[in-house]
Design a protein around this ligand. Sequence first.
Ligand code: F6R
Length: 243
Amino acid sequence: MRIYKTKDYEAMSRKAASVIAAQVVAKPDCVLGLATGSTPIGAYKKLIEWYEKGDLDFSQVTTVNLDEYKGLPRENDQSYYYFMNENLFNHVNINKERTFLPDGTEADSEKACKAYEEIVRSVGGADLQLLGMGHNGHIGFNEPADYFPKETHCVDLAESTIQANKRFFASEAEVPRQAYTMGIGTIMSAKKILIVISGADKAETVKKAFFGPVTPQVPASILQLHPDVVVVADEAALSRVEL
Ligand code: F6R
């Protein structure tokens, strides 16, 4: 595991974007595993900027996103489908037919999850999987649990996640209670993993996840067992650990 400490969110975003850009340059037809949430937005902005300058070409890239709310129509501005179009896909020359997310509109959870696992497998898995981390150590929507879920599955969101995400909805009642997410096994099958973390409010979880025991109670701790992980975090997020 390599840990890059950056001064602030802006520098974290630049560094993360450069890891993603390096992947796209090295393998133009790569598969990028992508994440939503607030943390990667700055990195996506940088990628768009570099694309506009002519330094990046997404025309052959395939993407697989980590997760999607169950039950939100795609046109809902809180769906992850909408988020990805708004924050990245609409602004670069990616072939949208090659951008995949779990189908949140599929009511049959088993069908939706099986189909998505099959999509991830059929594209050969992610060359580079981008992750954020929740305050409770979740990755994707894999919440603290007694075991590490393997494949794409349907989850009931933890109360803390509902609380953290309600800022994006008109009211707490509108936050979906379930989501489809890649499993820990799906995430760990990526060839390389990049996790971005910002802010002092995640410092304690950073310490637990990367310097504590590997436990499903802190899902991100599993990354300690992956052979190629890059952590890009700002000083605030790393303020509880010594490097
Ligand atoms: C997003 C995702 C989540 C977020 C996490 C952190 O696709 O799967 O695990 O990465 O909740 O969210 P932010 O970045 O908003 O703190």
